[in-house]
Write a protein that binds this ligand. Structure first.
Ligand SMILES: Cc1cc2nc3c(=O)[nH]c(=O)nc-3n(C[C@H](O)[C@H](O)[C@H](O)COP(=O)(O)OP(=O)(O)OC[C@H]3O[C@@H](n4cnc5c(N)ncnc54)[C@H](O)[C@@H]3O)c2cc1C
Length: 307
C-alpha cells in the first residue's frame, strides 16, 4: 500500500475544491493535492452545458464546461496536483484518508483535509414515490451526465418534478436531447426560480406548468409509461410520458463528513457540502475565503511540529 504526505488534501475537484486549492497556493501553502473520483475534475459544471457560470468569481458569463476547464487550468498553473479517478473511501486517523484508484489503495497524510464533495439531488428511491421502478427516471445531474458526457438517448416525452433553478436547467437539457417536456409539476404553490421563468420558458418550450400538484405514482414496467398526479383538491389525473426528471431537493454528499473524526483539528468543509445549494460562483468565493483559515491552520500545525 502506497503512502504519501501533503500539506493540504482537498477531496472533491468541483468549483469549491479547485478555487480553495488555487487560493491556498497563492497564500504560499506548499503541497496542495485535489482528489476527484470522476475521470475529469470540474464538478457539476462539467456537464451543466448552459450559460450562467462565473459571474461573481471570474467576472465572466460562461457555460458550465468552459467554467470547469478554466478552474482546472488555473489550478494546474498554480501548481496544484489533481488526481482524477481517485476516490476518498475512509479516514485512517486524524487527518489521514484512504483513497482508491486504479493504482490501488493509497493513504494520504495531510496537515489539513478539506471536504468539498458537493451536494446531490435526492434520487427517486429517497423520495418515497410509490409505483414501479422502470427505466427512464433521472435527476437533473444524471440526465446531464447522460446527455452531455455519454451522449445517450434519453426518451421522447418527459415530466419534470420540481420548479426551481435547476428544473429549468433540466428543461434546456431535455430540449437539447430532443425530448419534449410535457409538464413541469411542483407541490409548492409557485415556482422558485427567477421572476418570469415559467412564463418565458412556457412560450418557448410549450409545456404545462402545474403548481400545488403532487406526484403520487410512477407507471410502467420496463420503461416509464406515465405519472399519476394529485392536485390540492384531491383530484387525480394522469400524464403519459416515458421519462421523469426529479429536480432539486438537495442533500449534501456528506458520507465522508459524517465519518470524520469528531472534533479533529484540521478537517474543513466547503462549497455545496456546506451550503446546499448555492450557485457555483458563490461556492468558489466561499472556498476562497476559507482558504485563509486553512492556510493559517497549516502554518500553526507546521510551527508546532518543528518545535
Ligand atoms: C443541473 C445544474 C445546473 C446548475 N446551473 C448553475 C448555473 O447556471 N450557475 C451556477 O453558478 N451554478 C449552477 N449550478 C450549481 C453549481 O453547479 C454548484 O453550486 C457547484 O457545482 C458546487 O460546487 P462544489 O465544488 O461545492 O460541488 P460539486 O460541483 O458537486 O463538486 C464536488 C466534487 O466532489 C467529487 N467527490 C464527491 N465525493 C468524492 C470522494 N469521496 N472522493 C473524491 N471525489 C469526490 C464529485 O465527483 C464532484 O466532482 C447548477 C447545478 C446543477 C446540478
Amino acid at each position: 500500500m502506497k503512502t504519501s504526505a501533503v500539506d493540504v488534501l482537498i477531496i472533491g475537484g468541483g468549483p469549491a475544491g479547485l478555487s480553495c486549492a488555487i487560493e491556498l497556493k497563492k497564500l504560499g501553502v506548499g503541497a496542495v493535492r485535489v482528489i476527484e473520483r470522476e475521470a475529469q475534475a470540474g464538478g457539476v459544471p462539467r456537464h451543466s452545458n448552459h450559460l450562467g457560470y462565473g459571474i461573481r468569481d471570474l467576472g465572466k458569463f460562461m457555460t458550465g464546461p468552459a467554467y470547469a476547464k478554466t478552474y482546472v487550468a488555473k489550478a494546474l498553473k498554480a501548481g496544484v496536483v489533481i488526481s482524477t479517478a481517485t476516490t476518498a473511501t475512509n479516514w485512517t486517523q486524524g487527518t489521514s484518508v484512504e483513497t482508491t484508484s486504479q493504482a490501488g489503495i493509497e493513504i494520504i497524510h495531510a496537515q489539513a483535509i478539506v471536504l468539498a464533495t458537493g451536494a446531490r439531488e435526492r434520487a427517486r428511491n429517497a423520495r418515497m414515490v410509490p409505483g414501479a421502478r422502470p427505466a427512464g427516471i433521472y435527476t437533473t445531474g444524471s440526465l446531464q451526465q447522460a446527455v452531455y458526457l455519454r451522449h445517450l438517448e434519453v426518451g421522447a416525452k418527459a415530466v419534470i418534478i420540481g420548479a426551481e433553478h435547476v428544473s429549468f436547467s433540466a428543461l434546456m437539457t431535455l430540449s437539447h436531447a430532443k425530448v419534449k417536456t410535457v409538464a413541469m409539476i411542483t407541490d409548492q404553490l409557485k415556482h422558485h426560480s427567477v421572476p418570469g421563468a415559467v412564463l418565458l420558458t412556457k412560450l418557448f418550450y410549450r409545456f404545462r406548468f402545474l403548481a400545488g400538484t403532487q406526484l403520487i405514482e410512477i407507471l410502467g414496467n420496463s420503461r416509464v409509461s406515465g405519472v399519476v398526479l394529485q392536485d390540492k383538491a384531491g383530484h387525480t389525473s394522469r400524464i403519459e410520458c416515458d421519462t421523469v426528471i426529479f429536480t432539486g431537493n438537495w442533500i449534501p454528499d456528506n458520507e465522508l463528513l459524517r465519518r470524520s473524526p469528531i472534533g479533529a483539528p484540521g478537517v474543513f468543509s466547503i462549497g455545496n457540502l456546506e451550503l446546499p445549494i448555492k450557485s457555483a460562483d458563490q461556492c468558489a468565493l466561499q472556498a476562497r475565503e476559507s482558504a485563509r483559515l486553512i492556510a493559517s491552520h497549516v502554518s500553526s500545525a507546521s510551527a508546532l511540529k518543528n518545535g
